[in-house]
Design a protein around this ligand. Sequence first.
Ligand code: 3EB
Length: 325
Amino acid sequence: MSLTLRYLTPEAFAAMPEMAAQVLGVAGFGSSRPPGLAPDCPFLGVALPPVDGSALLEVWTSDRPVQRSARGEFRFSHDVTHLFGMIQSEAAGDLASVTRDSYDQLFALAEEAGYPHLLRIFNYLPGITRVEAGQERYRRFNEGRHEAFAARGRVVEAAPAACALGSAGDLQTLYFIAARTAGLPIENPRQISAYRYPTRYGPRSPTFSRALVAQDEAGAMLFLSGTASIVSHESQHPGDPAAQLAETLRNLRALLTESRRQGYRFEERDLVLKAYLRRPEDRALVERGLAEAGMGRAPILLRAEICRPELLLEIEGYARGEALG
Ligand code: 3EB
């Protein structure tokens, strides 16, 4: 198992001191930097609180030797196959230029360090649906991201798995996992690829793949992008959280099925899930629905703004699995 994801309370993290040297990076949700973390280890606090008012740490570890460093505003760490990097920038102004600059730094870091292939990117943007100077901030974000990919000659068909959620505060948080070798992007047959969305969602489409499978010496891993109640390119079931959850589960299953068609097995129950809820009152419904579906184990639930106002929830995941045959 070379790359492992755990969601831990700060207390649980403190009780695992033997893990410290293996940590690639940590994102804190409602949590500040844990005292047991090495000073050079990448950590960022994200202004997205768990729905139950608790504090949670998203901890990415490697079982290989980990080295840590910095480049410009990025803090990063890497083992022999993967690089984990984090950046936080002031995002009160135009999100297109802030995003273009952060992504350009990200690509420069990944390419110089020798891990040019992006597997997964997490985007947390303050005021994601706010309209500024006549344009929604998420659309400005998409323009900046698109330009940064194009400037490096990166094609959308090789885009990483991703998520984009609204956070509180003024800071844009990005973190990513990159690799020495390319992953396999997976698209959802029930949906149009996000990078082919019609222009009514903005002049530049979102640059991400619905999921991505990567391999290391320990087997295969699946990164599921933020997945919502969208069929084709259209939001389904506005105002109905139960129906949105059911549609989202169909989309998640479609990605597992498509991964299997491409030669990889991942089990529903092995998924480490992170659910974003617009309304904390939908918490019980989502927890019950995921448990009844047997989807994932011990999902974490965060309160967040989803990038389309009618969407009430979005779910992402990570799993270890195996290549078939
Ligand atoms: C969607 O399917 C919902 O802009 O990086 C999900 C995952 C969504 C990633 C992104 C957006 C992004 O379009 C929103």
